[in-house]
Structure formats: structure tokens, C-alpha cells
Design a protein. Sequence first.
Lengths: 179, 416
Amino acid sequence: MNNIFRILGPVALVSSIPLLGAADMPLGAGISGGDPFAGAVARTVKAIVDYTRWPQKKGLLTFCVAGDARHASQIGSWRTAAGQEVQRSNVAAQGSALGGCDIVYIGSIPVAAQRHLTAATRGKGVLTIAEADPVNASEAMFALDYQPQSLSFRLNIDAVSRSGLRIDPRVLRIAKVRY
Amino acid sequence: MAEISPPPPQTLRDLLAEVHLRLIVFAVILAAAGLTVSGVIVMRGYAQRNLTLVAHSVAYTIEPAIAFQDRQAISDGLRQVGAVPGVRAVDVVDPQGRTMASWVGQGGAWPDWLIDGGNALIWPEPTVVPVYHGETLVARVRIIGNSADMLRYILAALVIALACIGVAVLATRILAGRLRRDIIEPLEFVAEVAHSVRTERAFEKRIPSSGIAEIDRFGQDFNALLAELQGWHAGLTSENAELHRRATHDSLTGLGNREYFELALAGAIAKAERTGTPFVLLFFDIDQFKAINDEHGHTSGDAMLIAVGERMRGAIRDVDIAFRLGGDEFAVLLAPQPGRVHADIVVSRIRKAMIAPIRLPSGLWQIATLSVGMAIYPADGATTETLVNHADQAMYVDKRSRRDRPNNQGGASNDV
């Protein structure tokens, strides 16, 4: 995984500039100097949170990063478009560590561990986003999808419907792959 | 002399047709213009609301796509929601004014310059709806309407107005025809009657009923006026005839008087000169009339004169004319006829008519004997004077010859 991104990163950076120009939405590469996807991941994760509704109105959301996340470096604490406070907290990649989490960002961990986490949060009103799930095996609600020039996401409709959360249908339309 | 003749007067029918046509065309144009303008205003209002609605829909649809910065999703959303009829162009710009996505519709059946011209006229400014993510302005949706529908409406209004004007022209023609039949023809008949009354003195003509109250009232008044005129005319005519008769006839006997005699004689001479046919003039007087008058009174004399006049008129033909020239002098102008045979027959008939005695007012009976003088044109004279003189002389010759025969005095005689 890691190797793939190391190869892809510079390619995306080089190709994006002449093709799309300044008006395009760059992936945020070059800002941090290290991770070309960090900016795009932060933006995408925040947008997903913006279009997610929890059953109980919450003023404070806890954003748990489970396991080793490679592209979550630009996600700190922030305020959603609806004005909710989001606080980041790094937790262990174990189901028992997820209590109090409203959002679980699943890092680059083995698929079995990812499934363990998603199974632990199912039906509990927890938004799950998988950072590294190229074959849709994690059963997370969202899986980030890295393209050479852009970052998009895939959507697991089954996971969304079991999550107990309401995702804005407009977001469903934007998802590149729905399964 | 160079005189500018005035234009021929306009007929009532043309005037009415023209007024009707102008009125209808004016009304149609007014109604069409009013409906078109109000229709365009209403349509523009609806179209504006529709544009705002579409813009809001576009904004709603693309808001997550902007949040995710997904260019393709923005473009897709724009097309799926914004590409509807009634929208000419829609684009999304970021807060800095840079275009993120845009879509321009096809003009369809109308040329683009016409659509764009109509758009510029109806929507000088595009409708702009901001796109917020949370409370952050992330983009603006700018939308321009499509004026094709309104152009179609205006064209339809134009066609309908023209069609209405066409129908109006037709209706006006029919109306003018009806007016002609119902109003103008009766009026023209009135004018015709008035004209023939003036030129031909046809006072007996009347205007028939037209079936229209006003014209009938007018016609009745006109007819009453005509009846009055007819009465006056008849009165004047008979009065004139009476005056003429009085001027030319003797009031006692009803025969022509001296004036009439002179005119008739002059006329007879003129006619005889033209035709060459001779005629005969006879003079009469009553023998011993003065003595009868003195002996029995003027009423008896008058009775004698009346009786002689009546008998004389009865003895002559219709073509001959009898006159009383004054006193006991009578004259008869015979119709032109060659030879004197008929003149002798007339004289003998007159003498025969005098045989019966005349009853005087006093109860006495008196026989009137006449002296006769005859003059033949042109043998005895070619002028009134010579003819009259000749007849007069002949009459006195006759009178003298009869005075010399006392047995004939006061008695009937067939001699001439």
C-alpha cells in the first residue's frame, strides 16, 4: 500500500499541474511537502461529516483515528458546517477502544482488523471511513478512493443502511462506486 | 376661370364602413397589444420564478460536489438539474468569479441571435443564487432564461391579431352590406322620391315602410309633407285653371271672351299659314236685342244671351270654338277645313237651334233671330283685322237685308 502511494504521489502532482491549472481543485499536494493526499483526505472526510446526520443532535463529535493512519495528518479538531465541534482522538485499532467515538477513521490496518472495527460499530450511530480499503472488504460506510489526479470515495450502501446514521442523498450521488 | 372643384362628397355607406373598420382594427390592436404585454409580463414573472427555482435546485444539487471539490459531480449536477427547457445557460462560479462549470442550451427552432436578443430584453441580468456550505459562500449559480417561449407567445399574438383584423375586415364588409340594405337603401329611396318630386312634380309618390323606426318616422313625415304639397299643388293648379278660364271666358254665357277670341284667331291664322289649310270665321248678333232689353229688362236680355250661347255651343262641333265678344255679339271660329260647305252646315245648324222660343224670366216667350257674317281665310283676309272687318261687314249686310223684309223680324229664319 504504502509503496503504491509513494509511486502514485509524484505522478499525480506532476500531471495535475499542466492539465488542470490553477482553477482546478488540487489534491493539496505540496502544502505539507510530505503526503500529497493529506489535504484532499482532510477535505473529503470533513465533507462526509458535514453531510452526515446523527440520530441525536450532538454539539460535540469525537473523531477517532483507529490504528496507523497515513493520510490523516491534516485532520485535527474542526467545526462542521452545521457548527458542531469535532475533536480528534487517536485510539487503538480494537473494537473495545471505540466507545464514545462518533466517527471512526480506520487507518491502514489489515482487512480483518478493519472488519472487526466496523462490526463493533454497526448499528451504534458511528460513521466509519476506511483509509485503505481498495477491494471494499472493510465493510466501512465510506472507503477513500485514490485516483491519480483526485481523491474520491466509495460508498457501502449496506453499511450505511445499517449504521443508524442519515447520509445526505446528494453525497450518495457523488460516490464513485456504490455497492 | 380656374376653379378647384371640391372632392365628391363621401357616401354614408363608405363613411360607416370606414368608421366600423377603424373602430374594429383599433379595438383588435388595443386588445392584442394589451393581452400581449400583460401576457409577456405574467410569463416573465413565472419564468423568473422558474429560473430562481432551477438555480436553487442547481445550488442544492451541486453543494456537496463543491464541498468534495468534485469537478465532474458539479458538471453532472449542473446538467441534470439545470438543463431544462426555459433555461438558456447556467454556470457555476467560485466566490472569486472563476467558472467551475457551465452549460449552454441549444436555441432550438429559433436563431441564436433572436433568442439572445430576446433574453437581453427580458432578462438584462442573469439570475444569481449563492451556494453556501454551512455558512461559507462556496459558489454562485448564474442562470439565464430562454426567451423562446415568450417569442413564440408574441408571434402567436401577432398572428391572432392579424387574423382578427382579417375577420374584422370581412365582418365590416358584411355589416356595411346590411347597413346598405337596411338604412342606406331606404334613404336613397327617399332621396330618389324627393328628386322626382322636384324634377317631375310627382307629388303622388310615397316612401314605403323600411322596417326601421327612425327611418319610418322620417318617411311618414316626408309622406305627410308630400301629401300636403300635393294638396297645395292641386289647389294651385285648379285655381290657376279657374283664373285662366275666368280670364279667357265670358262670365255670363261661359263662352270665350274677346281676349280669348283674339288670341285664338291669331293662333288660327298662324297655324293656317304653316299648314296652308283655310278656316272660317263666323260673326253673329241677335236681331232687335236692344229692343228686347229695353222692353223686358236686363234680366230678360241676359236670359236671351245665356240661351243663345248655350244653343250655339250645342250646335257646333268640339273642334270649333264659340265666343261672346260683348253685348249681343257672338263669334265662332271653325276648325281649319278646305271649302265653305261645312261652314254653311254649321250656320244652318245654329239657326235651327234658335227656332225654339226662349222663356224669359217674365214668363213670356221670345224667339231669337241671328244675323250672320262669314269670313274665310285667306280669301277674305289674311290678318285678324281684315278677317274681323270682313265678317263684321258681312253680318251688317245680312242684318240690313233682313230688316228690309219685315215679315222676318223677330221670327225664325233659315236664310243667311
